[in-house]
Design a protein. Structure first.
Length: 267
């Protein structure tokens, strides 16, 4: 099974970092967040990746062009102009990097990699979200549902006090500090399992995946939701990046700790 990762956006909300590199290449624990996401999928036996590049896509290409060299023990013999590889520590990944345009929307980027997907079920996610999600469980759930698309539904704990206020109201009837659990709405967590037919719901480069395609799939009863109650954290801002970095430095990174503590499963 293949996994598509959208990595072509401008990342304007984290411009402190994305001014010099695409957001998926912003580092957490000395590794690009893109690497962390790929490690999550690789843990479940998914090692074939299609990365949709756009803004500063050359940075991603250069990273993978040198990845094997960076993760191997090598001897350079200058007199003979040769290189000998002794030990290889890199992952068994196959990475296809596709230039999907600078201003292409999320749906358009997915449509542009159609020729690399074949006619099989595939995964798709964004290049800026961390989770301890059980990818294998999502895939199994998707197959049982029999729909064209499955998204991962998550609840993000509230950061601020919340209350209801009607258009004409001047008094607060109910206030809750940092709501969570049943008080929080379910939102799109960004980890999808899709059938190739979903590409027919995308008109062109200007199509936003989260709008027309998902709206139509929903109306047709072809969109399922897998509820994930575990860890989920996007990296939209510098604050989010700092939060993830702190988790890593403290040895409390849920997305990675789950990988190293459980066995691999192939799908």
């Amino acid at each position: 099974m293949k996994a598509v990762i959208l990595a072509g956006g401008y990342g304007t909300r984290i411009s402190e970092e994305s001014g010099v590199r695409p957001k998926p290449m912003v580092e957490v624990g000395g590794r690009p967040i893109l690497w962390h996401i790929m490690k999550i999928y690789s843990h479940y036996g998914i090692n074939d990746f299609i990365i949709c590049c756009g803004y500063k896509g050359h940075v991603i290409k250069e990273y993978f062009a040198n990845y094997f060299l960076y993760n191997s023990d090598v001897t350079f013999d200058m007199s003979n102009n040769s290189m000998e590889v002794h030990k290889v520590h890199s992952e068994p990944w196959k990475v296809t990097l596709v230039n999907t345009g600078y201003n292409t929307m999320t749906g358009g980027r997915l449509r542009r990699v159609r020729e690399y997907l074949g006619n099989e079920t595939f995964c798709m996610t964004y290049g800026d979200g961390m989770s301890d999600l059980d990818i294998g469980a999502v895939i199994s759930f998707h197959r049982l549902q029999g729909t064209l698309a499955t998204l991962t539904a998550v609840q993000q704990p509230g950061r601020f006090g919340a209350f209801n206020l009607g258009s004409e109201d001047t008094k607060v009837n109910r206030f809750q500090e940092k709501p969570n659990g049943e008080e929080m709405p379910w939102i799109n967590g960004g980890f999808f399992v899709l059938e190739p037919e979903v590409l027919d719901y995308i008109d062109g480069d200007d199509t936003i995946w989260e709008r027309e395609p998902l709206e139509v799939l929903s109306k047709e009863g072809e969109l399922s939701a897998y509820r994930h109650n575990g860890f989920w954290q996007p990296m939209d801002t510098l604050r989010d990046k700092t939060l993830l970095e702190d988790m890593w430095n403290e040895g409390k990174a849920p997305w990675y700790n789950k990988i190293v503590s459980t066995s691999k499963v192939s799908y």
